[in-house]
Write a protein of this length. Structure first.
Length: 143
């Protein structure tokens, strides 16, 4: 296989990790996160740090308690691949439907990501959530 084709396959696989991570958050599906998080992952964001996959999985429970629903959209992603490691940035918009009001807390996010290629594919080893801005948006809930 050519180097160019290998790179395209790796880039698609890395993008998929971000998509699956977002889907796991929205569906509160820990198995989806297990499929894309390394056992020694570190996730950082405003006011929180989790170390290790098991600790990180508890974030799904926290999301479920804090919000009625979430909806993450993954946008552009840039990656640098070096052997079995990769780093890059992933842009995301995350809507969080508040429990007690018909309002969304919308975050505009830049993730600073690191990955490792493991036997069964690429996995996040580190995600640092940089919150660029947030806004409150009134909504009509149809759930």
């Amino acid at each position: 296989m050519s180097d160019s084709l290998t790179r395209l396959i790796d880039e698609a696989a890395l993008r998929r990790t971000a998509d699956v991570y977002a889907q796991g958050a929205d569906q509160k599906d820990k198995e989806l996160w297990v499929s894309v998080l390394a056992s020694d992952c570190r996730i950082e964001g405003p006011g929180f740090v989790t170390e290790g996959r098991e600790a990180t999985l508890q974030s799904i429970d926290a999301l479920g308690a804090m919000f009625r629903a979430t909806f993450h959209r993954v946008h552009n992603q840039t990656v640098m691949i070096e052997g079995d490691g990769a780093s890059g940035e992933t842009y995301c918009t995350a809507d969080h439907l508040l429990n007690d009001k018909d309002q969304l807390l919308r975050w505009t996010i830049r993730y600073h990501d690191e990955w490792r290629r493991e036997e069964d594919g690429w996995r996040f080893t580190k995600r640092r959530l940089e919150l660029l801005w947030e806004e409150m948006v009134p909504v009509t809930v149809r759930l």
